[in-house]
Design a binder for this molecule. Structure first.
Ligand code: FAD
Length: 327
């Protein structure tokens, strides 16, 4: 690992001032970041450790208007165990945390770090390869190479997939996030966190240099809201998803009155599928309906040489998520 200066901030304002300095990165638990630094994929001169700011940036609170505020440094264990997430409206978010990695990692990993973790593409994450997204080569090596874990939807010139479990359910829940950049506090929709055009040269998120995520906000769910998160993976645990689906439905009188559907692990960004979700609205839940919605969720897919299994498995995961949400 290249030597770096380790900054321990005394306050959020202090961290924010430090984060703006050139060639600086902020660190949550470091599960992803330190891995990348060890492999010399990132060689910052300064690391600002956010963990001393846990009093300010960790924890979950239900606000007076029913909105859930999740501090950026909240661990995945704290998230999955919080009583507010026991509600059927937030079951998908809880399950996405529970399905992540292992208990040891969930005890350390932060919510913001999970959402902002770097892609697992083995070409971009290896020092041995020079690829377009890593900024070290002319093409996406996965496009013509080993691509069983890569994208089947929404890709342009790079077939990386977005690895975060938490991002799809947060999108399905219409979450927002707050950041601090110098003196500026900004609150934006979760959809703004990911590039609209996920090209190879684009960063995986839209944060500005030095911008620190301070909290995630989940609006109070409407009465009758139910959510679910399902994923496929090769190993039973301690593994990233090969496909994932988060759904939110609002049920009234046995019918679905509103719906969101977001795919994970199949595109360079967590991918909302509004046309598929719209097919649910006004309908009574049924296997036949879920079959059609799953087909629509994967409509227009462009699988690569080694990953067309994602279409079969991914549609089954969509059907299961819908069945769980409406059970
Ligand atoms: C064996 C293994 C299995 C795993 N399985 C899964 C899985 O199934 N699903 C899944 O989703 N993840 C999985 N992970 C990934 C893991 O969940 C993430 O690496 C972890 O959540 C990152 O959190 P962190 O706090 O350590 O982030 P860090 O490593 O500290 O940071 C990650 C990135 O986020 C940035 N960052 C962190 N906090 C902030 C902030 N507040 N504001 C701005 N930028 C910030 C950092 O600069 C860095 O670029 C797995 C990891 C391992 C090792």
């Amino acid at each position: 690992m290249k030597p770096f200066t380790y900054v321990v901030p005394k306050s959020l304002a202090d961290a924010s001032d430090e984060a703006k300095k050139p060639n600086t990165l902020v660190k949550g638990a470091g599960v992803d970041l330190i891995d990348r630094m060890k492999e010399r994929l990132q060689t910052p001169e300064r690391i600002v450790n956010l963990l001393p700011l846990k009093d300010e940036l960790a924890g979950i609170a239900v606000e007076a208007d029913g909105e859930l505020r999740i501090g950026a440094l909240t661990t995945l264990s704290q998230l999955e165990q919080h009583e507010a997430l026991a509600a059927p409206a937030l079951a998908g978010l809880r399950e996405s945390a529970t399905a992540t990695a292992s208990p040891q990692i969930r005890n350390r990993a932060t919510v913001a770090g999970n959402i902002l973790q770097f892609t697992r593409c083995w070409y971009v994450r290896s020092e041995a390869f020079r690829c377009l997204h890593g900024g070290r080569g002319p093409t996406c090596l996965a496009m013509t190479g080993e691509n069983r874990y890569h994208a089947v939807l929404g890709w342009l010139d790079c077939v990386r997939v977005h690895p975060s479990n938490l991002a799809p359910p947060l999108l399905a829940l219409d979450a927002e996030y707050t950041t601090k950049l110098g003196e500026q506090i900004r609150r934006r929709k979760f959809t703004d966190l990911f590039p609209a055009e996920p090209k190879a040269q684009n960063a995986e998120h839209t944060l500005e240099v030095g911008e620190i995520v301070t909290a995630i906000h989940v609006p109070k769910p409407a009465a009758g809201t139910r959510t679910a998160y399902c994923e496929s993976r090769e190993k039973a645990t301690f593994d990233w998803a090969t496909t994932a689906c988060a759904v939110k439905v609002v049920l009234a009188g046995g019918k679905i009155t509103a719906a969101n559907l977001v795919l994970g692990a199949v595109a360079p960004v967590p991918l909302p599928r509004p046309k598929a979700a719209a097919m649910l609205v006004g309908q009574t839940p049924s296997d036949t309906l879920f079959q059609k919605v799953a087909e629509a969720a994967y409509a227009g897919a462009s699988p690569l040489a080694h990953n067309d299994y994602k279409l079969t498995v991914g549609k089954a995961v969509v059907r299961e998520a819908l069945a769980q949400a409406t059970r």
